[in-house]
Design a protein around this ligand. Structure first.
Ligand code: GDP
Ligand code: MG
Length: 437
């Protein structure tokens, strides 16, 4: 993978006091090869590495960091710069703001439309309207309706109308009388770029004059993604790119090359099938991800978004009074599960993503622990100290675990409580999960 290649390239720099021409040349060659392998166009990779080379040469290595670390920083900064530097603006000032969604079939347009509506509703306090303008597949309307129901956002559709332009225009009228301040038009896609599709989307654009046109692209399609982006941009002159499916085996190359080729900012990244897994695109974070440095910032934000303030306060109080019990523990587990797929989450921790790439971590990872907690009586959950040997045996039998599992779990739980007690004593803690992050 790209990050593995870079890892080994950086290792070559170990032990040198200053980044010299010789060691930079071989490292740079390695970086270039790695980028090309990750579907970055050769010309772009070369231009990029030439820049890095210029920057790196002669840089004095401070005693506190290794040449490898310095090189990583230079590469990371340049990567972030190439992808736009800072995050791009998403313009929702107009009332109503009209957003047109375009892209190939299967790229994730409909899913993204739902995520965007959810984001605007929950984070930006908007009243969005979703418009089903995919007139070719009846299932497409149902798909959007299901998403709309899940997030409590209205979906406008005309199942019998086969004219996408008319539907979009009617939706605008409907939005006006209905008080919607953002209109998200989900259009039809084809498996490959085709003239009829382009004409249709271009006609919708001409009719509704959108403020934002987002081109949705599957980040796993590699070099093809770039060609598609070009074709769509030539025709639609879109305002931003949405990279979907970044939760899979990430090919960072697409983000890089698309930005460079069409000179349009990447505005959002989509990482999973849950409706709250939409993130604003931060070049710096993406650069870190490409370099295998993980994405802790996004992880923490997810945690904060899911964390219930009320519950946190309650928990804080219980921890402060040394009353943390199995009911609280189970609640914590449920909070973590709400944050999304466990493997995706772990992948955001620096260094972990690579290590667990081939390991099957299902969302069932907590199942054993939950089964044990569920096999306890309410009394045992609320007062863990009563759990003696015979109770442990019963819990093991009830949860389908063996007695060693229960013993080990009890021991870990006890250690956790001891740690909380200690934090209380020294006045440091008591903030629960959120405080620990
Ligand atoms: P459309 O044809 O462009 O509207 O694409 P859809 O929104 O219907 O998505 C196609 C498939 O990709 C569906 O099975 C989605 O669940 C899935 N999908 C969409 N976005 C993501 C994502 O960010 N991650 C993953 N893993 N799957 C996604
Ligand atoms: Mg669709």
């Amino acid at each position: 993978s790209l990050s593995e290649r870079l890892d080994s390239a950086f290792k070559q720099l170990k032990g040198e006091g200053r980044i010299s021409e010789i060691n930079v040349a071989s490292t740079v060659k390695e970086i270039r090869r790695a980028l090309v392998d990750a579907d970055v166009n050769y010309k772009i990779a070369k231009e990029f590495t030439d820049k890095v080379k210029d920057k790196a040469q002669g840089e004095k290595v401070l005693t506190s960091i290794s040449p490898g670390q310095l090189m990583v920083k230079i590469v990371k900064d340049e990567l972030a710069e190439l992808m736009g530097g800072t995050e791009a603006e998403f313009d929702i000032k107009n009332n109503p703001t009209i957003v047109l969604i375009a892209g190939l079939q299967g790229s994730g347009k409909t899913t993204f439309s739902g995520k965007l509506a959810n984001y605007l509703k929950t984070k930006k306090n908007k009243k969005p309207l979703l418009v089903a303008a995919d007139i070719y597949r009846p299932a497409a309307i149902d798909q959007l309706k299901v998403l709309g129901e899940q997030i409590g956002v209205e979906v406008y559709s005309e199942p019998d109308n086969k004219n996408a332009v008319q539907i979009a225009e009617n939706a605008l009228k409907h939005a006006k009388s209905n008080g919607n301040n953002v209109i998200i038009i989900d259009t039809a896609g084809r498996l490959a770029v085709d003239e009829a599709m382009m004409t249709e989307v271009a006609n919708v654009k001409a009719a509704v004059k959108p403020h934002e046109i987002l081109f949705v692209v599957d980040s796993m399609t590699g070099q093809d993604a770039v060609n598609t982006a070009k074709a769509f941009n030539d025709r639609l002159d879109f305002s931003g790119v949405v990279l979907t499916k970044l939760d899979g085996d990430t090919r960072g190359g697409a983000a890089l090359t698309i930005k460079y080729t069409v000179e349009k900012p990447i505005k959002f990244v989509s990482m999973g099938e849950k409706l709250d897994t939409l993130d604003v695109f931060y070049p710096e974070r993406m650069a870190q991800r490409i370099l295998g440095m993980g994405d802790i910032t996004t992880l923490v934000e997810r945690a904060q978004a899911q964390f219930d303030e009320e519950q946190a306060k309650k928990l804080e109080k219980k921890i402060r009074q040394n009353q943390f019990d199995f009911d609280d523990f189970r609640e914590q587990l449920q909070q973590i599960k709400k944050m999304g797929n466990l493997k995706d989450l772990m992948g955001m921790i620096p260094g972990v993503g690579k290590a667990i790439k081939d390991i099957d971590i299902s969302d069932d990872a907590f199942k054993g622990i939950e089964a044990m907690i569920n096999s306890m009586t309410p009394e045992e959950r609320g007062n863990p100290d009563v759990i003696d040997g015979s109770r442990r045996k019963r819990i093991a039998a009830g949860s389908g675990k063996n007695i060693q599992d229960v013993n080990q779990f009890m021991k870990q739980f006890e250690q956790m409580r001891q740690m909380m007690k200690m934090m209380n004593k020294f006045g440091a803690g008591g903030k629960g999960l959120k405080g620990m992050m």
